[in-house]
Write a protein that binds this ligand. Structure first.
Ligand code: HEM
Length: 485
């Protein structure tokens, strides 16, 4: 009784008044929620509550609040809110990304630390270098389809990292399978978008019911998702002719598919934002190309190992992440009641960390002209490191960040070394201005835009061809999942 009195005596963080039952539902748009949340933060402070259909959501709008809770109190704030649509209805339950902080989750993270940690990431460097010239070749073959080239390249890397699988770019069925399963994840894993996530009772509504279009969607999606989880794993097992302990098999299966899920869209989106930034800022592109020409010359392509000697190119990578973080909000959940800054945070409340606002990312106190693309800010003495924010927090921090960063760097560097990216023109010769608008979803892509890609010179074209040939001589990588280490 005393506890219940204490619970009532403490208040949730403040938030906007809402309507009976609907709460703030009508005030939260379906796109760019992070801007709405930022505006709420400006009114109600760095920790704000919104209420929708009887459920509370807490928004964290400051770097301090996010780190205090997600990082310093990570034993409490490492769960995920339950997304019934994505996990129960379409089959992503068990996936690392949606799992609560359970033994299964901890085993998967342990496995991923081995497969994606510093020494594993180091061992992928030759593969990333090798892959970068194939990426350039594909880009020049299909310049108009650059987002698809990014995605196929990311798929090749994630399949290699997750399953040791080569040749996804030639295996159209496997590529389409992971592409489609990924899309289903993207469309269903955002908290609060599907009514069934807010009113779980709806999960029992049968498919034939007139308003149950979500059940029909789930019936289409589930076989694809399950095949994406099982097929590459079974193939790998067949190749290895291995039989393992069932728990461990599950752990490998969900870690592997988590890697593929974690990588595909994030790197594709970031490279798409990079292309947009270059089309919008020819002066940045020219400056980076001058750096590459001076430091690397035109006898070879830049490599992962050149990062330190190409500070301006590295600054472009950081600025792409800061300007348009591909994951603009992360959602953790509290595993038990807690108190913060005098406010009560009930167990199971979803907490939304507004990466967009946080930080440094779009905080004018830290970055001047935060909406502008200015890589020079990362060349200044004592510039903050935005990479500590874009990859998430605490126990849920992105396990693939040591693969993602060299992959992004080398892709940016080889593109700048050999290709000019400019704004596209329409049939009448008018410039098509790219719009800096993003798509809704877990990962935010730029809305599709056109850009024109031209090789910088005949020498650049020759270099790409030579590098593709040379890449075949580069060493392979070692076993990813050596479980006995
Ligand atoms: C541009 C590149 C990437 C960015 C910006 C990014 C960002 C993120 C963020 C913000 C999270 C959520 C963290 C949180 O909840 O606090 C996350 C989770 C995750 N990422 Fe990445 N990521 C990237 C690339 C990758 C790559 C290359 C992999 C795999 C090789 C990967 C695998 C994962 C996995 C498995 C999770 C789920 C972790 C969990 O829920 O515990 N990511 N990532």
């Amino acid at each position: 009784m005393f506890n219940s009195w204490r619970r009532k005596a403490k208040h949730l963080p403040p938030g906007p008044p809402g309507l009976p039952f609907l709460g703030n539902l009508l005030q939260i748009p379906s796109t760019k929620q992070y801007v709405t949340f930022q505006n709420l933060g400006n009114i109600y402070g760095d920790i704000t509550t919104i209420r929708m259909l009887g459920s509370n959501f807490i928004i964290l709008n400051s770097r301090k609040a996010i780190f205090d809770l997600f990082d310093s109190r990570s034993p409490i704030y490492s769960d995920r809110p339950r997304v019934i649509m994505s996990s129960d209805l379409i089959g992503w339950d068990g996936s690392v990304i949606l799992a609560n902080n359970t033994p299964h989750f901890r085993n998967c993270r342990k496995l991923m630390r081995k497969g994606l940690g510093p020494s594993a990431a180091q061992s992928f460097v030759p593969f990333l270098n090798r892959q970068s010239s194939l990426y350039l070749r594909d880009l020049l073959n299909r310049p108009e389809a650059f987002p698809d080239v990014f995605k196929r390249n990311a798929a090749a890397i994630s399949m290699k990292v997750a399953y040791g699988y080569d040749g996804i770019t030639e295996d159209e069925d496997m590529y389409q399978l992971s592409h489609e399963a990924n899309r289903y994840f993207e469309e269903t894993a955002v908290v609060g978008v599907w009514l069934v996530d807010i009113l779980p009772i709806l999960r029992y509504v049968p498919q034939w019911f007139p308003l149950a279009s979500f059940q029909r969607y789930a019936a289409r999606a589930k076989p694809v998702v399950l095949e994406c989880i099982n097929k590459p794993f079974e193939e790998t097992k067949r190749h290895m002719q291995a039989q393992g302990h069932l728990d461990m098999e599950n752990c490998i299966k969900y870690s592997s598919v988590g890697i593929s899920l974690g990588q595909l869209d994030t790197t594709t989106a970031s490279l798409s934002w990079f292309f947009m930034a270059m089309a919008l800022h020819p002066e940045v592109q020219a400056k980076a190309q001058a750096e590459i020409d001076k430091v690397i010359g035109n006898e070879r392509l830049p490599r992962v190992e050149d990062k330190e000697s190409l500070p301006y190119v590295s600054a472009i990578m950081q600025e792409v992440f800061r300007w348009q973080p591909p994951v603009k909000m992360v959602v953790h959940s509290a595993s038990k009641d807690d108190e913060y800054q005098g406010y009560f945070i009930p167990a199971k409340t979803p907490l939304i960390g507004n990466i967009w606002r946080v930080a440094i990312l779009h905080d004018e106190n830290v970055y001047h002209d935060a909406d502008k693309f200015i890589p020079e800010r990362f060349m200044e003495e004592g510039a903050p490191d935005c990479l500590t924010d874009v990859f998430g927090f605490g126990r849920r921090i992105c396990p693939g960040m040591l693969i993602a960063q060299p992959h992004m760097f080398v892709s940016i560097a080889v593109t700048l070394a050999t290709i000019n990216i400019t704004k596209a023109h329409d049939a009448q010769g008018n410039v098509i201005e790219p719009k800096v608008e993003d798509t809704p979803g877990v990962v935010s892509f730029p809305v599709p835009f056109k850009a024109s890609l031209q090789p910088r010179s005949k020498a650049a074209l020759d270099l790409i061809q030579r590098s593709v040939e040379h890449s075949k001589t580069l060493p392979e990588r070692l076993d990813v999942f050596s479980l006995d280490a």
